[in-house]
Design a protein around this ligand. Structure first.
Ligand code: GLN
Length: 198
């Protein structure tokens, strides 16, 4: 059976994720309501703006259901703002910024600095044979991880070399970059495999 994978559709680049997931043989759906969330075998939380996304999640009565679902073991994959949404701890967040949480990481919001708004780099991602073209857009990085978090990728060049930009912890995955940009579905493929094996 094809897994039903939701894409949180409050804000951000939802359509691109739906397209990649469909190309991988998953059944993607947009999630805006608790009933839609309940139908999912896995959930992608897209990039966008984490402060806005969390506010909308509250307004749509989704924040607590999202927390319950992730706590209950729903596989989830956060990209960029979605990584922030899944993080237990934020540096440089807005005052009082809440998250869904679940990932035992400290994430630094807008970590690469305003002057390097966006950039691309080829990265080695653990478990993938060839490098991935990683697109960073006002991206966070992972400042610290607990022992149960596996580092999947780090920045390889420039002043941020060594910074963690992809992680996995049990059924949770997150990337600082945007794997939905371009035609390379391999990082989503790792998540679909996680959902299938959950
Ligand atoms: N800077 C954004 C935030 O704090 C994330 C940017 C993105 O998702 N492309 O939520």
């Amino acid at each position: 059976m094809n897994p039903t994978i939701g894409v949180l559709a409050l804000q951000g680049d939802v359509r691109e994720h739906l397209t990649v997931l469909r190309s991988l043989g998953a059944d993607p759906i947009s999630v805006r309501r608790p009933a839609e969330l309940a139908a999912c075998d896995g959930l992608v939380i897209p990039g966008g703006e984490s402060t806005t996304m969390v506010k909308l999640a509250r307004i749509f009565d989704l924040l607590e259901p999202l927390r319950d679902a992730v706590r209950g073991g729903l596989p989830a994959f956060g990209t960029c703002a979605g990584m922030i949404m899944l993080a237990d701890r934020i540096e440089d967040g807005a005052v009082g910024q809440e998250t869904i949480g679940g990932l035992h990481i400290t994430v630094r919001r807008n970590a690469f600095g305003r002057q390097v708004d966006s950039f691309e780099e080829d990265l080695h991602v653990e478990g993938l044979a060839d490098q991935v073209r990683a697109v960073f857009i006002r991206a966070p990085w992972v400042e610290a991880v607990d022992d149960d978090v596996e580092v999947l990728a780090r920045v390889e060049d420039g002043p941020a070399a060594g910074r963690i930009v992809a992680v996995r912890q049990g059924p949770l995955m997150a990337t600082s970059f945007h794997p939905e940009v371009g035609s390379d579905g391999r990082v989503h493929g790792m998540f679909v495999d996680l959902v299938r094996s959950a």
